[in-house]
Design a protein around this ligand. Structure first.
Ligand SMILES: [Fe+2]
Length: 131
């Protein structure tokens, strides 16, 4: 599976948010590393969970501070993603599926979700940060 590579077109016009997005890319790619055993996968899950929460929180604060007009829809996407992550973590803890398969499935889901969120949903607020 291809690695996530940062492109200039992903920039939302805020250096801090761009760096957080880049770190998310790195964390998501880590899920696909073949050397992950169950405990390393758990640690990666926890890191991802913490990092996503921190990133969403920071992004939401910035969007509130600039008075972004489509905030509610954006928050809904973040909420749905946080809920998905809780469910995914629980099913992993319950031991459904083997570690490598879980890693691959997660990688595909997260990569697709994050890329479409950054490319479409996040890009929509870019003009608001430039005001
Ligand atoms: Fe977002």
């Amino acid at each position: 599976m291809s690695r996530l590579e940062w492109k200039d077109e992903y920039s939302v016009g805020d250096g801090g948010i761009d760096r957080q997005h880049q770190q998310l890319f790195a964390l998501i790619d880590r899920l696909e590393d073949n050397d992950l055993d169950a405990s390393a996968m758990s640690v990666t899950f926890e890191k991802l969970d913490m990092y996503v929460r921190e990133h969403f929180h920071d992004e939401e604060e910035i969007l509130k501070s600039v008075g972004y007009d489509d905030l509610d829809a954006h928050l809904r996407q973040h909420d749905e993603f946080r809920e998905w992550l809780v469910t995914a973590k629980e099913s992993f803890k319950e031991g459904r599926g083997d570690v490598a398969a879980v890693g691959r499935n997660l990688h595909v889901f997260l990569r697709d979700w994050l890329l479409s969120h950054i490319l479409y949903t996040d890009q929509a607020y870019k003009p608001w940060l430039e005001k």
